[in-house]
Design a protein around this ligand. Structure first.
Ligand SMILES: [Zn+2]
Length: 106
């Protein structure tokens, strides 16, 4: 288990799958940028904001920028936000794992 309560096998699987932000698709890094920016740092994300759902469908990696924008908003609400619109993030541009979560939420 890591400190977010994610088992090692799942952490490895998700790290291998999500090399780009699942929302805005920027390449992510494990460390802050040289200028100290945390925007492109890889963060752990619960797609559905429920920490009890620890599955490969709900645990993912997104960039610090998207993570702080999404916060505790529901995915279907956040995807319509100005932040997403400005970055061209939409139901058709997100990673498959997010598309699936949006479908399941309908
Ligand atoms: Zn992002």
């Amino acid at each position: 288990m890591n400190r977010w309560g994610i088992p090692d096998w799942l952490e490895r699987e998700v790290r291998a799958r999500d090399r780009e932000c699942i929302y805005c698709r920027v390449p992510m890094f494990e460390m802050p940028a040289a200028d100290g920016s945390r925007k492109s740092i890889a963060t752990w994300e619960h797609i559905i904001n429920d920490e009890r759902i620890v599955t490969r469908e709900n645990i993912a990696r997104c960039c610090g920028s998207c993570n702080s924008s999404k916060g505790t908003k529901e995915l279907s609400v956040w995807i319509e936000s100005i932040y997403c619109k400005q970055r061209g993030i939409g139901k058709d541009t997100v990673a498959d794992v997010v598309k699936q979560a949006l479908k399941d939420g309908d």
